[in-house]
Design a protein around this ligand. Structure first.
Ligand SMILES: Nc1nc2c(c(=O)[nH]1)N[C@@H](CN(C=O)c1ccc(C(=O)N[C@@H](CCC(=O)O)C(=O)O)cc1)CN2
Ligand code: GAR
Length: 216
């Protein structure tokens, strides 16, 4: 079986990246392999995790470039050097240019810590608490030029509990993210995700909770 070659883009601690690395390493039949991790921040903890797992790493420091377009061009070149089939954003905190995204149309996915289309952008947990929602969660979606608006592959709902602060809610959502991203990557790598008319059609293959994982 030819595995889907995946490059993961990171900016920080890398727990979602680690979940993907661990799943690919733990399951011999997992349909994807992480071939490289690239960070826009030199000190990202994710780089240490990837190196310890024996995975190639690279740094493309956004501060070293005069414009977003120049950074994106350097990032694109670094990604293509690893010849991936798919690029996974995992806590990657840079807005990507339209030109970059056009070059990876349908092959660039992201995990967002909210139930899109609610709470696009940053600080999602604080905003969810401020809004008084009782259900929060996370989404894996295809990345498009419009921020956090691409076709949704999978979502996990997470309850907001009485007394939750931002850290407690973020931790509960993060645990669901780790499960959801592995499921979504498996669905994509197995060819079960098809984008039509701006929507992702997902064949869950009888695994009813594959795309609608509700956190107990
Ligand atoms: N064109 C797109 N680029 C990115 C998308 C997307 O959907 N379309 N998803 C984001 C991920 N993301 C939320 O999920 C996100 C990341 C970063 C930002 C942001 O405002 N970044 C700032 C810098 C922040 C920092 O360095 O700490 C910026 O780029 O100026 C918003 C949303 C990834 N990119
Ligand atoms: N808008 C993008 C965004 O906020 N992404 C979020 O950053 C965190 C990274 O954690 P990690 O580095 O431990 O995976 C994750 O919660 C991810 O959903």
């Amino acid at each position: 079986m030819t595995k889907t070659r995946v490059v993961v883009l990171v900016s920080g601690r890398g727990s979602n990246m680690a979940a993907l690395i661990d799943a690919a390493a733990a399951e011999p039949d997992f349909p994807a392999g992480i071939v490289a991790v690239i960070s826009n921040r030199p000190g990202a903890g994710a780089l240490t995790i990837a190196e310890r797992a024996g995975i190639a790493t690279a740094i493309v420091d956004h501060k070293a470039y005069g414009s977003r377009a120049e950074f994106d061009a350097a990032l694109d070149k670094a990604i293509r050097s690893f010849e991936p089939d798919l690029v996974c954003l995992a806590g990657f905190m840079r807005i990507l240019t339209d030109g970059f995204i056009e070059g990876w149309a349908g092959r660039l996915i992201n995990i967002h810590p909210a139930l899109l289309p609610s709470f696009k952008g940053l600080d999602t947990h604080a905003r969810a608490l401020a809004a008084g929602v009782k259900l929060h969660g996370c989404t894996v979606h295809i990345v498009t030029a419009e921020m956090d608006s691409g076709p949704i592959i999978a979502q996990a709902a997470v309850p907001v509990l009485d007394g939750d602060d931002e850290d407690a809610l973020a931790a509960r959502v993060l645990a669901a993210e780790h499960l959801l991203y592995v499921r979504a990557l498996k669905l994509w790598a197995e060819g079960r995700v098809r984008v039509t008319d701006g929507k992702a059609l997902v064949d869950a293959g009888g695994d009813a909770d594959a795309t609608a994982l509700v956190w107990p």
